[in-house]
Write a protein that binds this ligand. Structure first.
Ligand code: NDP
Length: 333
């Protein structure tokens, strides 16, 4: 079994990931680390986690752990991951992997050097809907993909309108949702973004110049052009993912989400067929795949380098929107 500690008593860990770890047969949720002893204790009590500690160091002095889920706010991902790698722990890190490409590459290299698995929690790779879409694309069901549209537009709940909407250093929809949209497109298309052109706005809830929506046109290596829209201000917008090819189109409705939700359709001419999909918990699928990487050397759903790639495109989006120019996306391996 992989013995897990959650680093950061966060909302996403509370609402999804802790229970996902507890539901996977190869995983055991042993501890939570929170800088606040009180928040850590109540998190552990509420979720039935045996141990709570106020630092990774004090935890490791007393408890054996194999892997950490870094679920702290964006500005802490780098240090928390480097500390875990230095202790030879495997790491599932939340997105964005880091705030800068320099940091993200340093994280990926440190984990490679330490011989530990680094994965990025791009949880939508665990969605049955996204896997179905990828299968349709890669088995040629829509011929050659020519264009894609990914619309990750939602309303950010009031209780999450804290650092995400106010803090210029680590907040904003680009770190929050653009990285996911980029990863979704890379995953379902098996293609790489090469250039972006973007515009952003602080429309409703973003403060201090922090953007709450952004729209981009992205060129991919194959020649495909994608449109991406991410927003935290849309209370009535259904999320959507479309891929349009020479032989057909795929429509994913309501599928950019934390919950296993939404439907997938294949359209040829005017005929629309629903693709049957068996819903599964996205986070549990991601954890199970991570455990297989640790225990059997398999590939995690999204590697550390996938996190570097999604961040590279997201930062190109930010620069394009800031400077009003087309920006090339750098590639790292
Ligand atoms: P939170 O705002 O809930 O928590 C972030 C950190 O802040 C926690 O690790 C905690 O650290 C500290 N904290 C939590 N509550 C409080 C409080 N009341 N007062 C002071 N500090 C507090 O973060 P989210 O759950 O919204 O996001 C965590 C990470 O997960 C982010 O990087 C985000 O981008 C990512 N995320 C990913 C999702 C996905 O599906 N892949 C979905 C949602 C978020 P500590 O306990 O050590 O003090």
């Amino acid at each position: 079994k992989v013995r897990w500690a959650i680093v950061g008593a966060s909302q996403i860990a509370r609402s999804w990931v802790a229970k996902a770890i507890q539901s996977v047969p190869d995983a055991e949720l042993v501890a939570v680390v929170s800088r606040s002893a009180e928040r850590g204790r109540s998190f552990a009590n509420d979720l039935g986690i045996p141990v709570s500690a106020t630092s990774l160091k004090s935890l490791l002095a007393e408890t054996a752990i194999d892997a950490v889920y870094v679920s702290t706010n964006n500005a802490r991902h780098r240090d928390d991951t480097l500390e875990a790698a230095a202790a030879s722990l495997h790491v599932l890190c939340e997105k964005p992997l880091g705030l800068t490409l320099y940091d993200a590459v340093e994280m990926a290299r440190a984990c490679d050097r330490a011989g530990v698995v680094l994965a990025t929690n791009h949880h939508m790779r665990g969605a049955a809907t996204h896997r179905a879409i990828r299968d349709l694309v890669l088995t040629g069901q829509i011929g050659r993909p020519l264009a894609a549209r990914a619309m990750y537009c939602e309303y950010l709940p009031k209780e999450l309108q804290t650092w995400r909407t106010k803090d210029k250093e680590q907040g904003g929809v680009i770190y929050d949702l653009t990285v996911h949209n980029v990863d979704v497109l890379r995953f379902v298309l098996a293609d790489e973004p090469v250039e972006v052109m973007s515009m952003k706005a602080s429309s409703l809830i973003g403060e201090n110049g922090v953007e709450d929506q952004v729209q981009s046109i992205v060129n991919f290596a194959s020649g495909l052009i994608a449109y991406m829209h991410e927003g935290q201000v849309f209370a009535h917008h259904e999320t959507a993912l479309e891929i349009h090819g020479t032989e057909g189109s795929i429509y994913g409705r309501g599928i950019l989400d934390e919950a296993p939700s939404g439907r997938v359709y294949l359209r040829r001419g005017t005929e629309m067929t629903e693709i049957p999909v068996e819903p599964a918990n996205l986070y549990a699928t991601t954890i199970a795949q991570f455990d297989a990487a640790v225990l059997h050397g398999d590939r995690p759903a999204a590697t550390g380098w996938d996190g570097v790639a999604s961040l590279a495109t997201a930062l190109a989006v930010r620069r394009s929107a800031q400077e009003g120019v087309r920006v090339s996306v750098p590639r790292f391996e």
